[in-house]
Design a protein around this ligand. Structure first.
Ligand code: GCO
Ligand code: MG
Length: 405
């Protein structure tokens, strides 16, 4: 089964997505997601100019060899653009192998380890009461794990809080230059403990909570936050600090028993190797799209399993439904799966482009037995929503110093 053609689509059904379609000479095709939020066109160029010409005529079944060819074969290896390009090809090849075998991809990985996939949903509020009202709505829908984010009094915009944007998908697609946000750890610390204190008063200990710091704290501030939140028993604290220097997490880990999660921006197993091997984290959040596809995430999951680290794949709106489908197959298989982030795919334009086959019920997602990844992409509909240049925000401290967004 030879690779005959590879098409790269970039469309903006509310936000930009780069979708790859690998076609074989047998008529079987597969889909992959190569979206890097705010850098979409770099991946398109990388794929079209440097990847596609090398793959035409190769056996579509040689997933591992093609992965190694694109990774080791590029002297300038790793990085988000390269790894998203590899990821999309890899997902598409798994989709093809599943369709050719008439089996869902999770069967090729080793079969089901569980009935369904536990999801966590987002409650983002303008203030603590608003966040908790939203959490209550999600609990009523059956979600058992909720991410709580609340605006920080005194700061104009806070990560995760949408302001007048009612639809999460509208967060991107109309920012021709990066907007600027501000950060103050002191103002955040004045709010954050109240958020979890009030959440536990209102909901008791029958649901689990997570929280995303979005890398805004220094390691010692993260350690302090972990300590302050210990009694509220979070499932995990996400991206407390950057870990480009993985030793940062030694400091945090020694000081707090609040479980730690990180990894959504990681591109390879090497970015998380020390964190996993030294048991400095509890959840690894690498995404199929950004860390090299199903082949790479399977390897990370297996590596993490021997150090008691669970998987918790990134599930933000900038990961397309194709990536979500890839995660579902990994999640249903991985013995050490923890939880899947879920923001829903309610946007109508998006639903016109992508058709998926899983169902969500009571905070869990269930798979069908559709062969391959179980996802369809409407190429014609995609042409109705052309790419729009759009950036993520940047963040500054109140004195103007550039900070992590
Ligand atoms: C999350 C993430 C996202 C990222 C986004 C950037 O935990 O869901 O932090 O919200 O900010 O994916 O493109
Ligand atoms: Mg995050």
């Amino acid at each position: 089964m030879k690779i005959a053609e590879i098409k790269v689509f970039v469309s903006c059904p509310g936000r930009n997505f780069v979708t790859v379609k690998v076609l074989t000479d047998t008529g079987v095709y597969g889909l992959g997601d190569a979206t890097v939020n705010g850098r979409e066109m770099s991946v398109v160029a990388y794929l079209e100019e440097h990847v596609v010409p090398c793959l035409i005529g190769r056996n579509a079944h040689d997933i591992e060899d093609i992965w190694q060819y694109l990774y080791k074969g590029a002297y300038w290896r790793k990085g988000p653009i390269t790894m998203a390009a590899i990821a999309a090809i890899d997902m598409a090849l798994w989709d093809i192998k599943g369709k050719a075998a008439n089996l869902p991809v999770y069967q090729l990985l080793g079969g089901k380890s569980r009935k369904g996939v536990t999801l966590y949903a987002h409650a983002n509020g303008e203030n603590i009461a608003d966040t908790l009202d939203k959490a209550e709505g999600l609990i009523e829908q059956g979600f058992k794990v909720i991410r709580l984010q609340s605006a920080v009094p005194g700061l104009k915009v806070t990560y995760g809080v949408l302001g007048d944007k009612k639809d999460y998908f509208e967060l991107q697609g109309n920012r021709p230059l990066p907007p600027e946000e501000e950060w103050s750890t002191q103002k955040y610390f004045n709010m954050i403990v109240d958020l979890f204190e009030q959440a536990r008063e209102r909901f008791g200990y029958t649901v689990d909570f997570v929280h995303d710091v979005h890398s805004r704290l220094t390691p010692i501030e993260s350690a302090k936050l972990g300590q302050m939140l210990e009694k509220y028993n979070l499932l995990f604290l996400e991206d407390a600090s950057m870990a480009e220097n993985q030793d940062n997490y030694k400091l945090i880990r020694q000081k707090t028993s609040t479980p730690l999660a990180i990894g959504e921006t990681y591109n390879t197993i090497w970015d998380c190797k020390d964190l996993i091997q030294n048991q400095l984290i509890d959840y690894i959040r690498t995404a199929a799209t950004h860390a090299g596809g199903i082949t790479a995430l399977r390897r990370i999951a297996d590596y993490a399993s021997i150090y008691n680290v669970k998987t918790a794949p990134h599930g933000a709106p900038d990961l397309s439904p194709v990536c979500f489908a890839a995660h579902m197959h990994l999640n249903i298989w991985a013995p050490n799966f923890g939880i899947q982030e879920f923001v829903g795919f309610g946007n109508e334009q998006l639903q016109k482009l992508f058709k998926h086959d899983y169902r969500v019920e009571n905070g869990m997602a269930y798979m069908s037995d559709a062969p391959g990844l179980g996802i369809e992409f409407d190429e014609d509909a995609a042409t109705e929503y052309p790419y729009k240049r759009s950036y993520l925000p940047v963040s500054r401290l109140e004195d103007g110093t550039l900070w992590n967004w």
